[in-house]
Write a protein that binds this ligand. Sequence first.
Ligand code: BG6
Length: 505
Amino acid sequence: MERDPHRRPTVLVIFGGHGDLTWRKLIPALFNLHLDKSLSQPFAVHAVDRVDTSTDLLREHLRDGVSQFSRRGPAADGDWGTFVAAVTYQKADFDDPAAYSELSEYLAQIDTQWNTKANRVFYLATPPSLFGVIARRLGEAGLSHEPECSHIVVEKPLGCDLESAQRLNRVLRDNFSEPQIFRIDHYLGKETVQNILAFRFANVLFEPIWNRRYVDHVTITVAEEVGVEHRGGYYDHAGALRDMVQNHLMQLLCLVTMEPPVSFEAEEIRNKKVDVLHAVRPIAHHDVHAFAARGQYAEGWAKGEHVCGYRQEEGVAPESTTETFAAVKLFVDNWRWQDVPFYLRTGKRLPRFVSEISIGFLAVPHQAFPVEAALDWQPARLIICIQPDQGIVLRFQAKQPGPQMYLRPVDMRFSYEDTFKIMSPDAYETLLWDAMRNDATLFMRADQVEAAWSLLTPILDVWASIPPSDFPNYASGTWGPEGAEVLIAQDGRTWLQPTAAHVAK
Ligand code: BG6
């Protein structure tokens, strides 16, 4: 057996191999790994789906996806030829045991051909309703029985509430052991998100002030300019809280607030993150109105074009009460963060595509400057820009040049693009590479998923039981409903409005 798991020959079996995720994300990511010579040798992709197609037709379809979505643009013939030769197709009904016998035979043949026991990664790029069925059938076919060389990758939505998440975790764990299960949150694959750990724990500079003694509040904004696009059918049953807050925003919260890990072992990082979720103050049902706000977009403007409201989107019920915007205030009850508010917001059809975390520091204890010196005075902020501009901005007060003492905020910038001059890999490149190397650091453990659901359950309950009377309540192209402003304004604070590209030169 190969000792270095990275070099271990790998077969990636993609259930839903003809689907959208495979086409837009997985194959472009794998192809880039191929170009970077990061795939094992040998390597194979076995696409399994219900669609009536052939290996040749699938290969053509996948090349079209690479042309449209790969960060490097269309594939050159030679490179594509060597990559796609390793892609095969199996038409299958996901609930049919015969399909799994055929899959077992294929995998056994690969082992014979490669003269080794290949690493098998089963990626479930299917609708979530099939996760349980596929995990069970893989288990029954004996394909999950070798923990060393068989792994399963699942992606959100991991349940739609605590109960369904627990059910899914049970099915997965009946057939695979926890270390074999890789739950993806693609935000964790983003370079800037991983850099939060490097920034915090590879520098002594900020850690001493990373606590309630110096931090006044933190805002986390994940704003999208797009609407629900072609996903109305799914989204109308999910909404912003389930689609974004339960996973991506909670992950960002964990990375900003977790305690320093003792090592970068997967379990250590995951333990530290789950500790945060256990420390988040539960929101009582009667407090939901004061701690959370929701919104739904009406018609308006995006990129200079008039766009329809959410209720007019394809696949959305005309009277839908699903939220396309959610804002939540949370507290992390521990020594480090007691009483520091964390304001999280996300929404679709906002003015800009931008994700950032702003650490707002406390005001100085004594203001020695004359009042007129500080007309534009603001406490210092550290802004972690996750996308689209990737970098970090430290905003602090400086003296404006001139005879008088006037203060104004200035920015010190670090830009990924300017510093490293290389294109960051897509999140899926990082995550696929890690899953194939059996490194679970960036993946969510069952207890983490469940802890995040249980925190949001009171909000989900209250929002479901009291339908909003004012939807739609924000115009497309604006920063969300008034309720989100009230949520933070009632504490005497404001959202940091992303203005221009913070880290761009
Ligand atoms: C997905 C959500 O998980 O993340 C989508 O389901 C959302 O609704 C997307 O658009 C945002 O991801 P990113 O990487 O574009 O910020």
